[in-house]
Design a protein around this ligand. Structure first.
Ligand code: NI
Length: 169
């Protein structure tokens, strides 16, 4: 297993649209293991392949208290979304230290392959529903700060670039 470098906003590569996973083979299984290790190491609850610069439709999630309920979503598609929405504060491993409100569907049904390539239907609500929508945005090249006002987004961009310059010193 290996820790993978996480791309940080405003890295342009975060805006790449991911392609479907062609086969759940040894390479993908290794990537899944590495992504879980990377996510847990950063104390995250979700990670999209896009964030580790692999542009294929793959997400790992674990929203459980004990960090013992790993969920793998390969080629996920939302097949139903509740009309009810809610604004929740979100954060992202690619935008460290920033939390802000984003409107999401309260519940979603998602069809995806699991880590073994088997079809699964996930009926998600609460934190899991938010997390799935956030991570699926990553696969479309969208970072949550893009929901915020241009003013807020520019402030965040400036702050991130400054932090990244300081980290390089
Ligand atoms: Ni994120």
């Amino acid at each position: 297993m290996a820790l993978l470098p996480i791309l940080c906003f405003p890295d342009e590569r975060l805006h790449t649209v991911a392609k479907p996973v062609q086969a759940v083979d040894a390479r993908i299984k290794q990537l899944i293991a590495d992504m879980f290790e990377t996510m847990h190491d950063s104390h995250g609850i979700g990670l999209a392949a896009t964030q580790v610069n692999v542009h294929e439709r793959l997400i790992v999630i674990d929203v459980s208290e004990g960090r013992d309920q790993p969920l793998v979503l390969i080629n996920p598609e939302i097949v139903w979304a509740s009309p009810e929405t809610r604004i929740n504060d979100e954060g992202c491993l690619s935008v460290p230290g920033i939390y802000d409100g984003v409107e999401r569907h309260e519940r979603v049904h998602v069809r995806a392959l699991d880590g073994e390539g088997k079809e699964q239907l996930i009926e998600a609500e609460g934190l899991l529903a938010i997390c799935i929508q956030h991570e699926m945005d990553h696969l479309m090249g969208k970072v949550f700060v893009e929901y915020l006002s241009p003013l807020k987004r520019n402030r965040i961009k400036t702050k991130m670039l400054k932090a990244q310059r300081e980290a390089q010193r």
